[in-house]
Structures are given as structure tokens and as C-alpha cells.
Ligand binder design. Structure first.
Ligand code: CNA
Length: 244
């Protein structure tokens, strides 16, 4: 049985020898920044609401129960004070060093960019961008957070919608293609902090054709047996030990 230290050493060697790393991330990379994920023990699925989170962050719920949607969304998904942690920073540092060619993320919190990552493919959009559904006027996340009840456009009174891909909505094709190209041209794919059960996003990892598939996650995922290196641990026990 390989110890955690040996696995971290192996990961360090993979990173040192890599030329085109792509990271594929999920909500787990932001839990150390204080943003709850969906499926962990402390995640949003284990908290008690009138509806499951999956139902609330769906297109039909947004349309039919807009006030309830925004109550949950502002309370649980808009963490404007959150700061990037060591996991976001590792990816940004590897990009600055020319070793990372992109971060494909399911996250909507903007923390990869805040950490300094430039090539970020946000499969599910971002809470930082919001648009009036009538006239298209842009609003920042602070405007949404500070609005009373349902946020409305100052210009035309239209309903404002976050630029976030809700359940039942399709992914942006340009972003999807960019993410696919990055994954296909990577020599190392490092998957972090995702349960890999939300499709079509999770299916993208199947397009990897490179040398090493690394999976770091606290809980089991359906892709564990595909990994060349599987590290089942908390990021706090792994990432700070790596050198860029
Ligand atoms: P998920 O299904 O909640 O899975 C998260 C995974 O991360 C779990 O398997 C955990 O084991 C693992 N994990 C959590 N914390 C740690 C840690 N500290 N160390 C190691 N592993 C950890 O989340 P997914 O991203 O897979 O699900 C996709 C959804 C969640 C996307 O549509 C996101 O938009 C959505 N989401 C995003 C955010 C965000 O942007 N920060 C927050 C909550 C939900």
C-alpha cells in the first residue's frame, strides 16, 4: 500500500516532468475558502431546505419561483468575500511558470481568476456576471447581493439573471470547445474536488489522451479506477506540500 507521502512525491514528479497540465476542478477546491460544495458532509445537500439545492438552481425553478431562488442563491452561492486558497494558487503559479495550459472548472465563484489564473474555462458560468433578461444591461454580484428580494434592472425594470448555467440549461458551446481542446492537448490532467457526477461537464475528462491522469478528491468518484495516480485525501494534507 502506497503511503500518502509517497503519492505526494509521485505527484511532484508528474508535475515536474509535465509540459502541458490541465486542471479540471469542482466545488471541492473552494471549500477551504469557506464556500460549501454540494455533496460533501458539510455540503449544501446535507442542509435542510424546503427544496433540494438541485431543484432550486434549475431553470424552471428560477422562472416559476424566482423569489425563493434568489433567497437561496444570495445566501448560499454568493460568497463575495471569499479569497482563493493554496489549491487555486498552485494552479495559477503553474500557469505563470508555463506548465499549465488551462483550468477547466465547474465552479462559478471566480476564485481561479482571483488567484491569477488566466486561461479558465468556466463551464457553468460565473456569479460575477449578471444580465437583465430584457435589455441585457450588465450587473455585478454586489448589486445582486444587496438587492431586496428579486433583483431588477435599474433601466427597464427587467428581471436580472446570473450568467450561471442552471440545471436544464445547455453549456456555452465556445467555452465547451475551448475546454475540450485544452483537455485533448494536455499531457497531464489533474482532476480536483469534484464528485464527477454532473453531466455533460464530467464527461469531458474522457477526452484526455495524455500520459498521466491524476485524481485528488476526498470522497470516491466514478472515475477513480481510471486514474494513474489516485489521492483520496483533503487538499490541506496534499497541496501545501507541493513545490512549483
Ligand atoms: P460536488 O458534487 O459537491 O463534489 C465536490 C467534491 O469535492 C466531493 O466529492 C468532495 O469529496 C470533494 N471535496 C470537498 N472539499 C474537499 C477538500 N477540502 N479536499 C479534497 N476534496 C474535497 O461538486 P461538483 O463540483 O462535482 O458538482 C458540480 C456542481 C457544483 C457544479 O455545477 C457547480 O457549479 C456547483 N457548485 C459550485 C460551487 C462553487 O463555485 N464554489 C459551490 C457549490 C456548488
Amino acid at each position: 500500500m502506497t503511503s500518502l507521502d509517497e503519492k505526494i512525491q509521485e505527484l511532484q514528479e508528474i508535475i515536474d516532468n509535465a509540459e502541458r497540465i490541465v486542471f479540471f476542478t469542482g466545488a471541492g477546491v473552494s471549500t477551504d475558502s469557506g464556500i460549501p460544495d454540494f455533496r460533501s458532509q458539510d455540503g449544501l445537500y446535507h442542509m435542510q431546505y424546503d427544496y433540494p439545492p438541485e431543484t432550486i438552481v434549475s431553470h424552471s425553478f428560477f422562472v416559476n419561483q424566482t423569489e425563493e431562488f434568489y433567497r437561496f442563491y444570495k445566501d448560499k452561492m454568493l460568497a463575495l468575500d471569499a479569497e482563493p486558497n493554496y489549491t487555486h494558487k498552485l494552479m495559477a503559479d503553474l500557469e505563470a511558470k508555463g506548465k499549465c495550459i488551462g483550468v477547466v472548472t465547474q465552479n462559478i465563484d471566480g476564485l481561479h481568476q482571483k488567484a491569477g489564473s488566466k486561461k479558465v474555462y468556466e463551464l457553468h458560468g460565473s456569479v460575477l456576471r449578471n444580465y437583465c433578461t430584457k435589455c441585457g444591461t450588465f450587473y455585478d454580484a454586489k448589486y445582486i447581493k444587496e438587492s431586496e428580494g428579486i433583483p431588477r434592472c435599474e433601466k427597464c425594470g427587467g428581471l436580472i439573471k446570473p450568467d450561471v448555467v442552471l440545471y436544464e440549461e445547455g453549456l456555452n458551446e465556445e467555452i465547451l470547445n475551448g475546454a475540450l481542446n485544452a483537455i485533448e492537448s494536455a499531457d497531464v490532467l489533474i482532476i480536483l474536488g469534484t464528485s464527477l457526477v454532473v453531466y455533460p461537464a464530467a464527461g469531458l475528462v474522457r477526452y484526455f489522451r495524455g500520459d498521466k491522469l491524476v485524481l485528488i478528491n476526498r470522497d470516491v468518484t466514478p472515475y477513480d479506477s481510471n486514474a494513474d495516480l489516485l489521492i483520496q485525501a483533503s487538499f490541506s494534507d496534499v497541496i501545501p506540500k507541493l513545490k512549483v
